[in-house]
Structures are given as C-alpha cells and as structure tokens.
Design a protein around this ligand. Structure first.
Ligand code: NAP
Length: 486
C-alpha cells in the first residue's frame, strides 16, 4: 500500500528555542523526514532563533548532529546536505529588541508564516508581543505552542488571554503530540468510518473503558521540574483527556476542526467530579541501585504523584453507568499506551454447557498507541477440533505495520504530522483554548482536594503495575485492570 505525499504550501517556519532539547530531538529531525518524503517545497525556509551566538553554518552543523543522533537518517548525506541549505539562524532574545529586524528581513511575502514557540511558556507573551510590535506576524500567521499550557485554570486563562491579545484563535496551534499519533486519528476513523462499532458504542453494550499510559523510566534528570507537575498535570489533564474525548464524543457533523473540537468540549464539560475514594496516587520506591521518587525529585517532603489511577464518569445519555478508568505512571512494568473497550457479556448464553477456560467471555477492543500501533479485537470462537462445543477467546490482531506493509512501518511521527498540519492550516488535531480551560476546570478540584489533604501517595515497587490500592479501585467494582505488558 503506497501512501500519497502531498507537498505543503511554501512556508517560512521560525523555531524559537531552536537550540533546545525539543527542537533537537523532535522538531528538526521531523522536518528532515518530511523533506526526505518530498513534502517540503523547494523554497521553504526553517529559521532557528535563540539567544546563543552562532551563524547559519554553526546552526546547520548543530542540526546535522541532532538529525544524525535522533533522526534515523536513512537516505544518506545528500538529502541531509540539501535539507540543511533550508536552514537559517537569527540571534534573538525573546525579552530584548535585538534580532527582530533581521528576522523580518528573512520572511518572504507569499509564503505561509509559522512561529513555533519551543521555549518556556513564561516567554510566550514576550514572543507574541514582539512579533506583533515589529510587524513580523500578521492576521495570516500561525503560532505553535507547546505543553504545559498553564498549571491550572487561572494560569491557562492568563496564557490564552496573552496570546489572544495578538492572535486570533484560528491562528493558535496548541500541541498535544498524542493527537498526532496515527492510532489516535485511527480512533476517529474506526468509530466514524465503519458501521460496525458505532451502534455498540454506548453504555448499553460497553461495560467500561480502560486507558493506560505506562512508562518504565523514572523522573531522574528532570525530577525537580516533574515535582512541580505530577502525573495528573503531566499526563491526565492533556494526553489522557484527549484520548478519553475521542472515545466518548458524539459523531461530529463533519471532519472539520471546530466540529470535532466542539464535540470534545461537550465531553469534558460532562465529566463528573472525581470522588477522593475513586482516585489512587502512588510514588515509586527505591530498590537496589535505583532511586525512589523522593530521591529523584530531591524533595524529601514531596507528595507529588508519579502514578495515578482514577475512575471517571461521564454524565450524559451515551455513557451513563459506564465508567472510564484512567491510569498512568512512571517506572512501571512495561512501556505501553493503550485504550481498552470492554464490552458487556451477551445477555444470555446458549452455550451454558460448553466448557470454557474460565477466561473472560466479553469482547474487548484494544487500541494500542505504543508499542506496535494497532488494534486487537477479542472474540469468542469454538475451540478447533472434535469433542463437542468448547469456547475459547482469540484475538483478531491488526498491527498497522504488518497490515499496511513497509509504508505502515514508516509512518510519520506525531510531530512531523502536526507541523505539516500547521502549514496546511488544519487545526483538527490541536487543542482549542476553551477545551484546555474546560479540562483544567475539571482537573483543578482534583488537585486542590489533594493539596488540602494530608494524605501521602501509596508506595509501589519499580517494575510493578503500580500500588495495590489501584487494584482495589477495580476490584470494588468487580472488574480488573488489563495486565501492563509491552
Ligand atoms: P530547553 O532544552 O530548555 O530549550 C529552551 C530553548 O529556548 C533553547 O533553545 C534556548 O536557547 C531558548 N531560550 C531560552 N531563553 C530564551 C530567550 N530569552 N529568548 C530566546 N530563546 C530562549 O527546553 P525544551 O525541552 O526544548 O522545551 C521547549 C518547550 O517545549 C517548553 O515549553 C517545554 O515545556 C516544551 N516541551 C518540551 C518537551 C521535550 O521533550 N523537551 C516535550 C513537551 C513539551 P538559548 O539558551 O540559546 O536562548
């Protein structure tokens, strides 16, 4: 199966923070891959901007090293050398007036102008202000901003207000890279391009939904930053919320950015508050040579969670009585992200006498985000062979890389796809300001209740599935978590 690559319009993309970690690991290697794929127009320019003193050649050399390290260079140096010719550098301090004239001189009339704010959020206001005051950005320009978008409702509102002073909502692209993942978009395709699932996609047929984002790494290296955030701010408020929305939302009238985002917003607004008894927080402990969360965060008094599991209810007709269980954590057994839709059992079994292995009989649709993006539908069949009717559950597996052939194995990474969407002017996979605010409005009371309590997170062993109390969250409801495995 050959995927079509449609070149985007001619563009000038300015990356503020072009010497930083995100630009080096994701943005620049991603742009290189799009270049190799033939999606970047001949005249397109990528202009790096940061405070470091360097010229175009030094920036190109630095970018080359980053692409070799992180970009999986496949096609050899020719492509890389040609790609580097698209790169330029301007020395700019977001808080100063130097460099803006030079930047303005580089921007070409007629090209799409996009400004990627790959810097600390505290600098977003300075950048927006100066892009406007130096008449570099206009009503057609686009800005791209990274997470974290605020740390609560008040700061998110302030950030939105700052950006909206100079840019309209349709110019602001708030990145949640989860939305750029192939499988996440496939969620919409599976739901709304097939007749098969949608009739069953409700509380009448779905028992519950589990969303798991498990990591094997701890927070070592960025422990002091993480300690100001925690799993709820870092994962639940943004990535997991987006996944939940795509599963729970009503069909939009059209695959149109605002139609999709309107439906997601309705889901967030329908979320019920989470009771203190329906959320479990955890911290990984030290074991062997490995430091525990307390040591990694360098904060002996820390109550920040490196793990959270919670039961979430959506108060609307479609989902009344069907809970969504969310869990995410660091230093868990395996690195995996998945959404599992657990259907109800058939209302009546005609196979009462059939021997089964005692395994669950309910259908499960598992959508894997990583590793091995794909889907897996568990169905009951007759165990092959003679000897009467014995039932067994088997997976119908579709790993996209297998199903789609070599093209499937070479799917664009989330950042590549999202940057190309910015150039195309397609906001479907970006979060709207009201969506982010609604999501903080739901998360704030959960965080505040914890901050006002004296509870401590439950300890869990590195390499485990999280604290035992999280198992209890399910057992109470006579359900169980799926095993965390790669
Ligand atoms: P970083 O490694 O600290 O890089 C920051 C960049 O900003 C550097 O290029 C730095 O270059 C530049 N910078 C700092 N102060 C500046 C100023 N006053 N004016 C102009 N440029 C300035 O940070 P990062 O990890 O790349 O993260 C960038 C943004 O992406 C942050 O908002 C972060 O939260 C977000 N993010 C990062 C990741 C990730 O994986 N790294 C993931 C998700 C979100 P100079 O020092 O040369 O100016």
């Amino acid at each position: 199966m050959v995927s079509r690559v449609i070149p985007v319009e001619d563009f000038d993309l300015v990356i503020f923070g072009a010497t930083g970690d995100l630009a080096r690991r994701k943005i620049l290697p991603g742009l290189f891959r799009r270049f190799v794929a033939g999606q970047m127009p001949e005249a397109a320019q990528i202009i790096g901007a940061a405070r470091s003193e360097q010229d175009d050649e030094a920036f190109r050399a630095e970018t080359k090293a980053a692409i070799v390290e992180f970009g999986g260079v496949k096609k050899g140096d020719d492509d890389l050398a040609r790609f580097l010719q698209h790169l330029h550098y301007v020395r700019i301090d977001a808080k100063g007036e130097g460099g803006w004239k030079e930047l303005k001189a580089k921007m070409r009339k007629g090209a799409v102008h996009a400004f990627y704010f790959s810097v600390a959020p505290a600098l977003f206001g300075d950048l927006a202000e100066r892009l406007a005051s130096h008449s570099i950005a206009d009503g057609e320009s686009r800005i791209v901003v990274e997470k974290p978008f605020g740390r609560d409702l008040a700061t998110a509102k302030a950030l939105n207000a700052t950006l909206r002073k100079h840019f309209e909502e349709q110019q602001i692209y708030r990145i949640d890279h989860y939305l750029g993942k192939e499988t996440v978009q496939n969620l919409m395709a599976v739901r709304f391009a097939n007749i098969l699932f949608e009739p069953l996609w409700n509380a009448q047929y779905i028992d519950h939904v589990q969303i798991t984002v498990a990591e094997t790494v701890g927070v070592g290296g960025r422990g002091s930053y993480y300690d100001t955030s925690g799993a709820i701010r870092d994962m639940v408020q943004n990535h997991m919320m987006q996944l939940l929305c795509l599963i729970a939302m009503e069909p939009p009238y059209h695959f149109d950015p605002n139609a999709v985002r309107d439906e997601k917003l309705k889901v967030i607004r329908a979320l019920e508050p989470v009771e203190a008894t329906e959320i479990v927080r955890g911290q990984y402990q030290a074991n062997g040579d490995g430091k525990g969360y307390v040591e990694d965060s360098e904060n002996p008094a820390t109550r920040t969670e490196s793990y959270v599991a919670m039961k979430v209810r959506i108060s609307n007709w479609r989902w009344q009585g069907t809970p969504f269980y969310l869990r995410t954590g660091k230093k868990l057994r395996a690195r995996t992200s998945e959404i599992a839709i657990i259907f109800k059992e058939p209302p009546h079994s005609i196979f009462e006498d059939a021997q089964t292995s005692g395994e669950p009989k309910a259908n499960e649709l598992v959508i894997r985000l990583q590793p091995n993006e794909g889907m897996n539908l568990k169905v009951m069949i007759k165990e092959p062979g003679p000897g009467g009717m014995r039932l067994v559950q088997v997976p119908l597996d579709m790993t996209f890389a297998d199903a789609l052939g070599p093209e499937g194995a070479d799917m664009p990474d989330a950042y590549e796809r999202l940057i190309m969407d910015v150039i195309r002017g397609n906001q479907t996979l970006f979060m709207r300001g009201d969506e982010i605010e609604a999501s903080w409005a739901w998360t704030d009371p959960i965080i505040n209740a914890w901050e006002n309590s004296k509870q401590r997170p439950e300890p869990y062993d590195p390499g485990s599935s999280g604290p035992d109390e999280a198992l209890g969250l399910m057992h109470r409801d006579k359900r169980r978590w799926r095993e965390i495995r790669a």
